[in-house]
Design a protein around this ligand. Structure first.
Ligand code: AMP
Length: 284
């Protein structure tokens, strides 16, 4: 479907385009992204269309969620190509603000903090990341005032923390999760896959292979599952594993041997200079 997608660059024009009063009963879904859109993102747009009358996609590479030495400057930015894709996906509005628009008082002083759940797993390696994510997501919710917002299961910890923020701060919207979209060889789709060159692209499949091996061993318990995952990683010694861990799917707290119930296996690893994450649902 080709539709007219309006690109909004200021908060004022976004507020008036999306004003709750002017919606005439129509529901709005927000899909927050950092752009460099791929088929994984497009599955979120499709889900948004199924859940709401109108869809707004934000494209903003949020400096607040990048740590020193991370890829903020190098992060791919391709707004024109993204807008063309979103037109074909039937998206009504793209909110693509500048950093000055989002953070007129930089450095920002008021922040949302993710708490303990933001300090494990990704948070251990990216200590300020989730405070930055939750702060920008809260701002986007306040600007767009959506009825629902779509987040990918690919960033499982982010999804859990956003759900937690919505509950803790009584935010008036519903969060909908989109399943992980993968390449045919299992690699989770990601804007950062564009960094993978040469043999690193093939090596990167070790994340999903390790998770699949771990999931296959889940009937034997948490320790056996994690050991199977680590063995799969051993086949790619050049890949640096940041973590491979299991958490309770309901609480997002780490689980160990003896746990039974729904869990998530999560991993992060560095392939060359590219840091990738992935996860899978399992039952112990
Ligand atoms: P990003 O642009 O990387 O910040 O991602 C924007 C949204 O798309 C987040 O909610 C991600 O979890 C989601 N997303 C990114 N890649 C995938 C994928 N392969 N499958 C499902 N959701 C994804």
């Amino acid at each position: 479907m080709l539709c007219v997608t309006t690109v909004l660059q200021t908060i004022a024009e976004t507020r008036s385009a999306l004003a709750r009063d002017g919606r005439a009963g129509q529901t709005v879904a927000l899909v927050p992204t950092m752009g460099a859109l791929h088929d994984g993102h497009l599955s979120l747009m499709r889900l948004a269309r199924q859940h709401a009358d109108r869809v707004v996609v934000s494209i903003f590479v949020n400096p607040l969620q990048f740590g020193p030495g991370e890829d903020y400057d190098a992060y791919p930015r391709q707004l024109d190509a993204d807008v063309r894709l979103l037109e074909r996906a039937g998206v009504d509005w793209v909110f693509a603000p500048s950093v000055e628009q989002m953070y007129p008082n930089w450095p920002t002083t008021t922040m949302v903090t993710a708490g303990d759940a933001g300090r494990i797993l990704e948070g251990e390696f990216r200590p300020t990341h989730f405070d930055g994510v939750l702060t920008v997501v809260a701002k986007l919710f306040a600007i767009a005032q959506p009825d629902i917002a779509i987040f990918g299961q690919k960033d499982a910890q982010q999804l859990a923390l956003v759900r937690r923020m919505v509950a803790d701060l009584n935010l008036p919207l519903r969060i909908v999760a989109a399943p992980i979209a993968r390449e045919p060889d299992g690699l989770a789709r990601s804007s950062r896959n564009a960094y993978l060159v040469g043999a690193d692209r093939e090596r990167a499949t070790v994340l999903s292979r390790a998770l699949a091996a771990a999931a296959a061993a889940a009937t034997s318990g948490v320790s056996a599952a994690l050991a199977a995952g680590r063995s799969a990683y051993d086949t790619e010694p050049s890949v640096q594993v940041d973590y491979l861990e299991a958490v309770d799917a309901a609480t997002f707290t780490p689980v160990s041997e003896g746990f039974t119930g729904d869990a998530l296996l999560l991993t992060a690893a560095r392939v060359g200079s590219t840091r990738l994450i992935d996860n899978v649902e399992v039952k112990f």
